[in-house]
Ligand binder design. Structure first.
Ligand code: NAD
Length: 491
């Protein structure tokens, strides 16, 4: 596998079944965040390239055979994609670790298998799908067909590139749509391979297209304004969602948005801390805290504050920060210099707002070859003021803020007092409280005494500024389909 990670790759666009260069041969560099070494030159899609990709997707949609083949035939090919992903699991995990800076074992054990599962799950789900019928006495019968919408733009962020792209591609393809995919500019490596994986699986040319580039005034904007794009499935920042919505408005595109978060992880005094502490550590520092679902605000009942802080600090100090390719590493670097600068600016913001730094806040000591990596220690603040920026803004890094509270009502007020509403975590051994609090927190997913457990049939998405719409199970399939009612006279 060393050859996988040692060469500088050339990443081309995948349009109409072929890897092609940018029409003006414009490229940009991608770096390994652990070392700052250049790992790829990426062809940036111009407006003309995006147009070619969208036209190819349109032709493939209109002409068939993708849309017109049986669901069973389509799903055989989607499942084959999943098999190929598992056959290439180590290569994909190595590339993801090198590109994002996440520990190899996280990609190998969780994200790449989950990517395969995303495709398999939606193929299986689609095959099982029924539809509604509404008989009107003996005279008329209504039945519903779910038909593909057309060309979908799938735009994804850099924190879970391969996993999140397949999470959109699975339902998009299973329902018979065609796709133009854009991965985030710092992390294009694994998603670019979906072209050859789709081709090998027998997906017809033009059904899956992949363009590379940036957002505003670049590839992303060209996609979201393109007249041939019917729908946009986007995961990323809330501010980007707003821009995409504006850009898609002229051509009235359907949108599904999975946006930012600032989850409350609420620890009541009756919680089982032997479970709450290790899970809260994962929720705070998995993928260096670059997870939309991160439990980045830990609300702790004051009666257990000291014990919680001591034990949480101790557990954080045992995390091994280091080389993502090393299987013993639990936390890698941040994804890029720009993001490192944003995340570390919160160290100063915390100090200026009188938060107490209880752990971390520095560059960890690392071997010489990692000296240029974008590393930050797991960092813990205690902040009494829930209105402080540390408690309100999505930091998206290994900085977690502990906020003390006294009563359940106060915890709920703090939990609900942000613009976000993606998810929350509740730790309590009191069943009534678990339900009561879960019902009153305004967020799309509530985990009680656990975190990041996902059943792909369940709805996933955000309240408030954390998103529009839901993904998962029939929610994804509804987004990617038009419901058509057919009314039949029986007499
Ligand atoms: P981002 O919004 O900066 O970028 C996401 C994607 O959008 C990239 O591919 C980018 O190139 C593209 N883009 C940017 N501006 C665009 C524009 N004007 N038009 C079209 N495309 C544009 O997000 P990011 O920094 O890559 O990812 C981090 C964010 O993603 C965090 O806010 C995180 O919470 C969120 N996220 C949410 C979920 C979820 O399920 N809710 C999951 C993962 C990440």
């Amino acid at each position: 596998m060393t050859e996988v990670i040692s060469k500088i790759r050339e990443i081309k666009l995948f349009i109409d079944g072929e890897y092609v260069s940018s029409s003006v041969n414009k490229t940009f560099a991608v770096y390994n965040p652990a070392t700052q070494e250049e790992i790829a030159r990426v062809h940036e899609a111009t407006e003309a390239d995006v147009d070619r990709a969208c036209q190819a997707a349109r032709r493939a949609f209109e002409a068939g055979p993708w849309r017109t083949m049986t669901v069973k035939e389509r799903c055989v090919k989607i499942r084959r994609m999943a098999e190929i992903i598992l056959e290439r699991k180590e290569e994909l995990a190595r590339l993801e670790a090198m590109d994002v800076g996440k520990p190899f074992h996280v990609a190998y054990d969780f994200e790449i298998p989950r990517a395969a599962h995303n495709l398999r799950f939606f193929a299986d789900f689609m095959e099982q799908l029924g539809s509604e019928t509404y008989p009107m006495d003996e005279e008329f019968l209504n039945y519903t067909r779910y038909e593909p919408v057309g060309v979908a733009a799938l735009i994804t962020p850099w924190n879970l590139p391969f996993m999140l792209t397949t999470w959109k591609l699975g339902p998009c393809l299973a329902t018979g749509n065609t796709a133009v995919i854009k991965p985030a500019e710092p992390t294009p490596l694994t998603v670019s391979l979906l072209g050859e994986i789709a081709k090998e699986a027998g997906i017809p040319d033009g059904v899956v297209n992949i363009v590379q580039g940036f957002g505003p005034n670049s590839t992303g904007e060209f996609m979201t304004t393109h007249p041939e794009v019917d729908l946009i499935s986007f995961t990323g920042e809330t501010s980007t969602g707003k821009a995409i919505m504006k850009n898609g408005a002229n051509t009235l595109k359907r949108v599904s948005f999975e946006l930012g978060g600032k989850a409350a992880n609420i620890v009541f005094e009756d919680a089982n801390l032997d479970k709450a502490i290790p899970t809260s550590i994962r929720a705070a520092f998995l993928n260096s805290g670059q997870v939309c679902l991160a439990g980045s605000r830990i609300l702790v009942q004051r009666s257990i504050l000291k014990e919680f802080v001591d034990r949480f600090k101790d557990a954080a100090s045992k995390l091994k920060v280091g080389d993502p390719q090393d299987t013993s590493t639990s936390m890698g670097p941040l994804v890029s210099e720009q993001h490192y600068n944003k995340v570390t600016s919160y160290l100063q913001i915390g100090k200026s707002e009188n938060a107490t730094l209880v752990y971390g806040g520095k560059r960890p000591e690392l071997p010489e070859y990692l000296k240029d990596g974008y590393y930050l220690e797991p960092t813990i603040f205690v902040q009494e003021d829930p209105k402080a920026r540390l408690c309100q803004e999505e930091i998206f890094g290994p900085i977690v803020t502990i906020i003390p509270f006294d009563t359940e009502d106060e915890a709920l007020d703090i939990a609900n007092d942000t613009q976000y509403g993606l998810n929350a975590v509740v730790w309590t051994d009191n069943l009534q409280r678990a339900h009561r609090v879960s019902h009153r927190v305004r967020a799309g997913t509530i985990w009680v005494n656990c975190w990041f457990i996902r059943d792909l049939r369940a709805p996933f998405g955000g309240f408030k500024k954390s998103g529009i719409g839901r993904e998962g199970g029939h929610h994804s399939l509804e987004f990617f389909t038009e419901a058509k009612n057919i009314c039949l006279a029986l007499k």
